[in-house]
Design a protein around this ligand. Structure first.
Ligand code: AMP
Ligand code: ZN
Length: 115
């Protein structure tokens, strides 16, 4: 399948800068950051979006969110946003599930971002 996040997950395509990897997930910096810290957490398994979740993906979703929380802690983010864009009307461009971890802002104005 011609999915760029599958290629990154398999290591067939280099991602920006890798942040974390284990057998289930991978995390790397977004190439077009919308915040001082903008990291994507993806499952290695191809799931197109939140709209494509099955009941047996519960552990995977927990893992993705837990990974984002750990990275936020490691990066010393005082606060952050976790965003799943779902479908074209929801702003999703890449059809491989990914969680945006956004943070590192200094003031309220900076936080008004669209990802
Ligand atoms: P979305 O709009 O939710 O589908 O988000 C896709 C995100 O992937 C965007 O923020 C892009 O900047 C980012 N992106 C696209 N290609 C790459 C890549 N090769 N490495 C890192 N981030 C990417
Ligand atoms: Zn994929």
């Amino acid at each position: 399948m011609d999915c760029i996040f599958c290629k990154i997950a398999k290591g067939d395509m280099p991602a920006e800068k890798m942040v974390y990897e284990d057998d289930k997930v991978k995390a790397f910096y977004d190439i077009h950051p919308k915040a001082p810290v903008h990291i994507l957490v993806i499952p290695k398994e191809h799931v197109a979006s939140i709209a494509h979740l099955e009941e047996n993906h519960a552990d995977l979703i927990q893992k993705i969110i837990y990974t984002a929380k750990q990275i936020a802690k490691d990066q010393g983010l005082a606060g952050y946003r976790l965003v799943f864009n779902v479908g074209r009307n929801g702003g999703q461009v890449i059809d491989h599930l990914h969680l945006h971890l956004l943070g590192g802002w200094k003031g309220e104005q900076d936080r008004k971002v669209h990802v």
